[in-house]
Design a protein around this ligand. Structure first.
Ligand code: GRG
Length: 302
C-alpha cells in the first residue's frame, strides 16, 4: 500500500463521517447543518492525509486489524484539520488560502470557523471513544492509543507548541531551545502520535523497544517535515502548495532557512532523514513504507 492508497481509504471514511448536510432545524443531539458543512469543507478540501496514513501503515506493519484502527486515523485527521482552521484565523496566522481553497473563516466567518475547529476536536474524541467501546476486549490498548493522540495534540503537545510560537513572534524572541520546543511540539508530536497509537493498538508497552524506535522516527520525521516546510516557504510554488508562501520571511520568523541558510537547511533535512531511517532497523523490511516516506517528504513539492 502506498500513501495514496491509504489516503483513499481515509477519504472514503471521512466522507461518510461528515456527509453534506441540508439546511433544517436540527433534532436534539444532531449536528447542525451549518457546523457539519463547515467541518466538511475543510476536512474534504484535500490534504495529504499523512498522519492517518502513518497510523494505518504502522498498524499494518505491526499486525493490527485495520478496521480497528480506521476511526482513530480519521479522528487524527480531524484534529489536524481543526489545527489548520484555527491556525489560519485572523488572531493567529491570518491566512486566506489553505489546501487550495479560501480558508474556513473566509467562507463561514470567524465565529463559525472557531466552532468548526472546536467541533472537529470534540467529534474526534467522541469517535475514538465509540471505537474503544466497540472493542471491549482491547479497551486498555485503545485508552493508551487515545492518550498518545490527545497528549500529542494537547497542552504539552501541539497546542503548547503553538502557544510558544505565538509568544516568540509577539515578543520577538529567537531562543534556539524555544525554537526546538516549538518544532517538536507543534509539528513532530502530531507525526509521532500516529505511530505510538498504532503500537499501543498492537499491544506494545509505551517503553517497549518498538514504541521507542517509532518515537525516534516520528520526532526526526517531524523535524524533517518542518525543515522542508520552511524550505518550501522560500522556494515552493503557491499554486502547487495550495497555501500562501513567503509568510515566514514577511513575519520575520525564525526557521530552518533563517537559521542555517537554504543550503544548510537542505543538508539538515538530509541528515534528519538518515537518522530517521536508522531508527527503523528493528523492523527490517517491514518498514519499507516508512523508508519510502522519508524520501517522498524530502523531495515533496506540496
Ligand atoms: C492552532 C492549536 C493550533 C495549532 C496549529 C497546524 C499548526 C499548529 C500550524 C500550521 C503551521 C505550520 C506550517 C506547521 C508546520 C507543519 C504543518 C502542520 C503543515 C501542514 O501539514 P500538511 O502539510 O497539510 O500535512 P495537509 O494539508 O497536507 O494535511
Amino acid at each position: 500500500m502506498t500513501l495514496k492508497d491509504y489516503a483513499a481509504l481515509i477519504d472514503a471514511r471521512l466522507a461518510e463521517l461528515l456527509p453534506e448536510a441540508e439546511k433544517k432545524i436540527p433534532d436534539t443531539d444532531e449536528i447542525p447543518w451549518l457546523l457539519e458543512n463547515a467541518m466538511r469543507y475543510s476536512v474534504m478540501a484535500g490534504g495529504k492525509r499523512l498522519r492517518p496514513a502513518m497510523l494505518l501503515a504502522c498498524a499494518d506493519m505491526l499486525g493490527v486489524n485495520r478496521a480497528e484502527a480506521l476511526l482513530d486515523a480519521c479522528a487524527l485527521e480531524m484534529i489536524h484539520t481543526y489545527s489548520l482552521i484555527h491556525d489560519d484565523l485572523p488572531g493567529m496566522d491570518n491566512d486566506t488560502l489553505r489546501r487550495g481553497r479560501p480558508t474556513n473563516h473566509v467562507v463561514f466567518g470567524e465565529g463559525q470557523a472557531i466552532l468548526a475547529g472546536d467541533g472537529l476536536l470534540s467529534y474526534a474524541m467522541e469517535l475514538m471513544l465509540q471505537n474503544a467501546m466497540a472493542y471491549p476486549e482491547h479497551s486498555a490498548r485503545h485508552i493508551l492509543a487515545m492518550n498518545d493522540i490527545m497528549a500529542g495534540a494537547g497542552v504539552g503537545g501541539m497546542v503548547g507548541g503553538q502557544c510558544m510560537d505565538l509568544y516568540c513572534e509577539r515578543e520577538h524572541i529567537s531562543d534556539e531551545r524555544l525554537l526546538s520546543y516549538i518544532h517538536v511540539n507543534k509539528t513532530s508530536r502530531m507525526l509521532t502520535s500516529p505511530l505510538r497509537a498504532a503500537a499501543a493498538l498492537a499491544g506494545f508497552a509505551p517503553d517497549s523497544p518498538e514504541t521507542t524506535a517509532l518515537t525516534v522516527y516520528g520526532v526526526k520525521f517531524g523535524l524533517l517535515f518542518q525543515a522542508v516546510d520552511d524550505i518550501l516557504d522560500v522556494v515552493g510554488d503557491e499554486k502547487t502548495l495550495g497555501k500562501s508562501i513567503g509568510k515566514d520571511a514577511e513575519e520575520g520568523k525564525l526557521t530552518y532557512v533563517t537559521l542555517y541558510g537554504l543550503e544548510g537547511a537542505c543538508k539538515r533535512a538530509d541528515a534528519l532523514a538518515a537518522e530517521a531511517r536508522d531508527s527503523l532497523a528493528i523492523f527490517g523490511d517491514r518498514a519499507a513504507f516508512f523508508v519510502k516516506l522519508l524520501d517522498d517528504m524530502t523531495h515533496r513539492v506540496a
